[in-house]
Design a protein around this ligand. Sequence first.
Ligand code: CA
Length: 192
Amino acid sequence: MTHVSKLTFYGSALLVGAGLLGLTTSAQASATYPPKLQLALEAQVGKPLCVPQCLACHQTNLGGIGTLNVFGQNLKTYGKLMIREPDNVGAKVKAYFDAVKAAEGTGKMPNGDSDGDGMSDEMEIANGDSPSVAFPGGVSLFCPDIKYGCAGGRIAAVRPPRDGIGLLGGALTALGLTATRRWRRARRNQSR
Ligand SMILES: [Ca+2]
């Protein structure tokens, strides 16, 4: 690899790595939501729960705008739960389930069964199942990260994508920064 192409390669690695780290950071920007959601749902179902991941309300663990799953969309539509208001998660989650109870027997939305599989969101969450993925696909899907790390000997097949992207971003950024330092040192030595 020539000197110039080396610089281009390491520079690209730095940019891509920083970009991926930015992506990870933006996904984790709502890191306060999961524990707040855990408390709100525990109050709702009356039993201890895991800390739900972004998948609880989003289509992937990257989260982000425009990626709500059906349960997340129902929390937004009927509970008025919005982005960047973690302090209101408890009240908004309660508002959703209150709206579900108020609509019972009326045939009006919300019916409290986001994925339409006949089992209520509340019951699925209490069982650790996803309220967004119809039975049997959503069984034990509510806390996939927890299952990956410590599920009594059961290990999930793949690591959640957010971790992979974070590691890749960190590695590429480190590679780019190391190369930049080497290049500066080499230039300093040349100019002496
Ligand atoms: Ca359901």
